[in-house]
Design a binder for this molecule. Structure first.
Ligand code: FAD
Ligand code: DHB
Length: 388
């Protein structure tokens, strides 16, 4: 097979890049390790910045998003069992959209199918070759047969555990990392959400988050030790703990029910620099991870795709320097989101070694945020998404 851009990974960043390149007349092939059903069954992000919504519009994959998504104009934060609201619309004129990552991925698969795009699922043993030269290629095994894709460029959209970043020689890449000493237990349940808007709660027992997918589908998270056995968290234990961490009136009206998904995820901040090695470009989780507290992971994947697709279009239009700008441009925005996600994580969670001083600083941060329009505007700017 020969294509212009070989994309490794059929998650949201690979699909969005492929679709935008197609609309600009640039050919691509996606190699995905798993089946489509597997990719679509991963319950992950739920909050889209408006820039991400506009990217999906540009990709002609936003019809259902506008029919079924829920625009939100603000968010609630709670500390000391009292909630306060940050009004994005009033402070910045911007809003966010609540629409699940599984739905975004489904819409992008539909768009690629409608355009006749090539997506190879269950591509095993993907290997990248010739990254330093002018003619890279990718090999993989499907149904026991080895295949080869020749291309101009490779886009590594294969997530944190993918092969792309691992193919860059040591010494050619710098990695920055912080691992947080706790995880999130996430639960999806077919119950009405406890609140019309998201609630981020700081509590002496640990952080809690109330989110949603629709009128009858709720998504909740609580901070837990990352090595807790999942079996310890029966539905009853989860609902009891969640309610303890929320303001009383939210806890009292919480509708509970059987969970339909339950998992514990670790929290880390991670950045790999630069996001390019020769003809390989890293995109999304392949290059960076944020703790989920700021809802930035999927949104950063979308802004990376914005910068890379613009650079590729400019390159094929004759601008031979365009691709040099991809990594610095993407990284400038990524570090802003890394900072904001770190700050939200630090301010809202209980750390195992949190002494009294750190405790008082945390309380002061939240009191300042509750009382200062300037602090709320800064929060709203970051949460709704910095400009591209
Ligand atoms: P991925 O979604 O990881 O996709 C990579 C793809 O590459 C996968 O399909 C994988 O199978 C494939 N792949 C991997 N290795 C190979 C290989 N060797 N060969 C071929 N294919 C390969 N983000 C937000 O913006 N907002 C949120 O509210 C939010 N909440 C989250 C909640 C949770 C619990 C979690 C876990 C994450 C959350 N995120 C959130 C983060 C978001 O889900 C990710 O940032 C996003 O999925 C990144 O997309 P991606 O396409 O770069 O990578
Ligand atoms: C969701 C996940 C997040 O990490 C977040 O900050 C907000 C919402 C969600 O899954 O709905």
């Amino acid at each position: 097979m020969r294509t212009q851009v070989c994309i490794i990974g059929g998650g949201p960043s690979g699909l969005l890049l492929s679709q935008l390149l197609h609309l600009a007349g640039i050919d691509s092939v996606i190699l995905e390790r798993h089946t489509r059903d597997h990719v679509l069954s991963r319950i992950r992000a739920g909050v889209l910045e408006w820039g991400t919504v506009e990217m999906l519009e540009k990709a002609q994959a936003a019809r259902r998003l506008h029919e079924e998504g829920f625009p939100h104009d603000g968010v609630l934060l709670s500390a000391q069992n009292r909630a306060f609201r940050i009004d994005f619309k009033a402070l910045t004129g911007k809003r966010i959209m609540v629409y699940g990552q599984t739905e975004v991925t489904q819409d992008l698969y539909d768009a690629r199918d409608a355009a006749g795009g090539t997506i190879v699922h269950e591509a095993q043993g993907v290997a990248l070759h010739g990254l330093d030269g002018d003619a890279p290629h990718v090999t993989y095994v499907k149904d026991g047969t080895e295949h080869r894709v020749d291309c101009d460029f490779i886009a590594g959209c294969d997530g944190y555990h993918g092969v792309s970043r691992a193919s860059i020689p040591e010494g050619k890449i710098r990695q920055f990392e912080r691992i947080y000493p706790f995880g999130w237990l996430g639960v999806l349940s077919r119950t009405p959400p406890v609140s019309d808007e998201l609630i981020y709660a700081n509590h002496p027992r640990g952080f809690a988050l109330c989110s949603m997918r629709n009128e009858n589908l709720s998504r909740y998270y609580i901070q837990v030790p990352v090595d807790d056995p999942i079996g310890k968290w029966t539905d009853t234990a989860f609902w009891d703990e969640l309610r303890r961490r929320l303001p009383n009136e939210a806890a009292e009206r919480m509708a509970t029910g059987a969970s339909i998904e339950k998992a514990i995820v670790p929290l880390r901040s991670f950045v790999a620099e630069p996001m390019r090695h020769g003809r390989l470009f890293l995109v999304g989780d392949a290059a960076h991870i944020v703790p989920p507290t700021g809802a930035k992971g999927l949104n950063l994947a979308a802004s990376d795709v914005h910068y890379l697709h613009e650079a590729l279009v400019a390159h094929y239009g004759g601008d031979r320097l365009a691709l040099d700008h991809y990594s610095p441009r993407a990284l400038a925005r990524i570090w802003q989101a890394i900072r904001f996600s770190w700050w939200m994580t630090t301010t809202l969670h209980r750390f195992p070694d949190q002494g009294e001083f750190a405790q008082r600083i945390q309380e002061s941060e939240l009191a300042h945020l509750a009382n200062s329009a300037t602090a709320q505007t800064e929060f709203a700017e970051n949460y709704t998404g910095l400009p591209y």
